[in-house]
Design a protein around this ligand. Sequence first.
Ligand code: BGC
Length: 424
Amino acid sequence: MKPAKTLALSMLALGLLVAEPALADSASLSVINWWTAGSEAKAMNVLVQMMKAEGVNIKNDAIAGGGGAQARTILKTRLMEGEIPGAAQIKGVEIQQWGKTGLLANVDAAAKAGDWDKNIPAEIDNYMKYRGNYVAAPMDLHRLNWLWYNRAVLAKAGITAPPQSWKELLADLAKVKAKGIIPMAGGGNGWMIATEFDPIALETGGPAWYREVFVKLDPQAINSPTMVKALERLRQIEAYTPKSLAGRTWNYDTGLVAHGQAAFQIMGDWANGQFEFLGVTPGGPKVGCVAFPGTAKEFIYNVDSFIFFRQHNPAQEAAVVKLAETMTSPKFQLLFNKYKGSIPDLMNVSLKGYNPCQQKSRVQFLEASKDQGLVPSFSQNMSTYGPTTGAFIDSLDQFYTSNESPQAAAAAMAKRVEVAKSQD
Ligand code: BGC
């Protein structure tokens, strides 16, 4: 397996290398993202329309590739060519790296207008600031640790309730297989494998161990019996996932579950939005959602946020602040998140009209926040970024697509992460 393609360039160097901005069409701001699935495009259109009503034209610059690796590479290339976007989808700790480039716009005015520090939970709000100034805005709050299932398929296999434990999950997968139906849809690429591993790791080691591994990057926690156990579990899931799904996208897999061609999918709740887009409401009669077995009290979070770039004229500077303000307005967050499958970052917005899985998501977020049960998703770049996230994804991809033993994979993962840390 080749290592994940990262543009080997420190953020600081990027700031120095960026070419003089070409005089772009001042009436239009590019917003770089990787939302190309039907539900994602529909949600993004809410932003385009609301900004239009404000007199600002947004170019929805969607670059294919779940997880956004391609979008991030294209962003850097464009900057080096002097093409400055209005905003780009960048999440978690990576926002700090972008802050160092000196390219980001200050959107404190939007944060003040929307009272972000009061209305947005601190876990989310803190990511948006670089050296005390707001340089990014959050649009949604996704939960990773979900298991989606097709009710008719489960019934056909004699399963009366969704699995609540690892043991039950394995038993159910075997029952579905015996009926000749795909038990688990997934495994399409490294990012998807890592996304599936995310809740498996949490289930195996619990939140404290998860933080040791994916936040503190402790080599002893990475190369540990707990990691070996988690990898063994990933292997068990792999055995129930057809090889023919390699190369397929997450939304293709969601379609399989929606249409009764597969029983389960492990995926963040952007799948929730895609089920809705396909006309099946999760929590309704056809498709169900349940917390990934063993993680009912926990919440692996993924917040889609956008960084803003300094512009070359006051009109565009103002448009960027307006964009940040709109992204965090109750009206926008309510509509956008309904389509996206996630929940608003604004905890005081009512979830009227949202589906049961979204309602459950907010309850779980609030409970997990009180209970040390919130963890930042490693696979979605919330706890690490660039080479470090790449080191985890490459290790999991290598393991999943070969006969490597869990012991060898855990050791290789710890080594790769050490190398990545030294590149930071
Ligand atoms: C993003 C989601 C998106 C998913 C699939 C994740 O990394 O945070 O917003 O829906 O990728 O494209």
